[in-house]
Design a binder for this molecule. Sequence first.
Ligand code: NAG
Ligand code: NAG
Ligand code: NAG
Length: 399
Amino acid sequence: MANIAVKVGLSVVALLAVLFQVYLKDAVWFGLGIGRTIQPLSDFPYTCRAIRDPRLEACEDMWLSESTRQLFLACSDPVARGKWMPTVGDFNYTARSQKDAIVVLDIDKPVEQGFAFRALKTPGFTGTAGDGLLSLVGFSAVENIDEGTISLLLINNRPSVDAETGAYLDHASVGANSTVELFETGLEATELKHVHTFANQHIASPNRVAAMGRDSFYVSNSHGPNKVGLKHLFAPIIGAGDVTFCDKATGCKPAVGGLSFPNGLVRGLDGLIYVPSSLLGTVDVFRILPDNALEKVETIPVGFSLDNLSVDKNGDIFVAAFPVGLEVYKAYKDPYNAHAPATALRIRKQEGGYVVEKIIEDALGEALPVATTVLHDAKTGRLFLSSVISPFITVCEPK
Ligand SMILES: *[C@@H]1O[C@H](CO)[C@@H](O)[C@H](O)[C@H]1NC(C)=O
Ligand SMILES: *[C@@H]1O[C@H](CO)[C@@H](O)[C@H](O)[C@H]1NC(C)=O
Ligand SMILES: CC(=O)N[C@H]1CO[C@H](CO)[C@@H](O)[C@@H]1O
């Protein structure tokens, strides 16, 4: 008995050692920010200011409608975020945010420090067991230019309920009921009209969608099909994450697996799908095959603990990165007092390959949130930075 235990113990140690060498070494280095020079804001040609409003807190994700000049943000409540965050196993659904909403900023209409904005209502949306709530994470959208409408595909981390009784289930054993909600709006948006709920077993641990049209999308499952348990815990290390393709008519199927914590993916203007790995600090580039499966064509090493990507009008990709990954956890626990450093990078496709460049950094956490998304408005050169945890967003004007 004892012998077996020793053997098992040893092989676990050996396994962990191998895993550390292969996967975790970089993650630990990125996590501690070892060997990195973190620069102050003043090194960069931007003037940044925070925009604070109770409706602009914990905005995890953003999307810019170029034609209507509306910036859409998925905002929440920084304290509640830490209670109900199914991707990291926080399942206190009674304490989840009651105010998640898509907020729209008219970025050509400056008002004082910020811009004209409004939180969009969702009349008629029933939520879970009639609560009308959304639990927002990542989203993306498409403009239907001929109709003048905008279709948003939002990830909604619903609590799981019994279909018959409406009773809440035991989340530690079943996990959340993550869905993708299709909503429609348009110019001068004040409301979102609910059109469809995509609920599917392959939408299991989603963090963002990359819209292909209003009825189909790719979605990154950070932990693959594993919502809870050991497989969920170790999914980043064993590479259990995936990207799944969904279509309203034909349902969902995994398009590529074996990924280590795939995060906020995007569809490039070149038609390729770019998927950041938060653990490995890389961006994998995929080609879409005729059956919608994804084939890897390249891996871009970025060398940072990465987050979500966004694409600007010119096709450049902007990356929110964490120079000291561990500081993020502190900020997550105490969002109102955090001053975590933040970094944004740009990936530009040039002849001969991709060029990665740091465009802004805030070593002291002076003005930038713990950015989980950075968006570049190519028309004005402004950067918008928002964060799943920070209680404000930041706009940086080029000097
Ligand atoms: C869940 O949150 C509520 C409200 O904040 C709190 O009263 C309760 O103790 C929490 N439950 C657990 C299990 O942490
Ligand atoms: C998940 O949400 C969908 C869409 O509302 C619903 O049909 C399904 O019953 C829910 N499942 C659970 C386990 O809550
Ligand atoms: C939109 C999106 O994918 N957001 C992710 C950004 O990164 C944070 C932190 O890694 C994740 O929690 C989000 O899911």
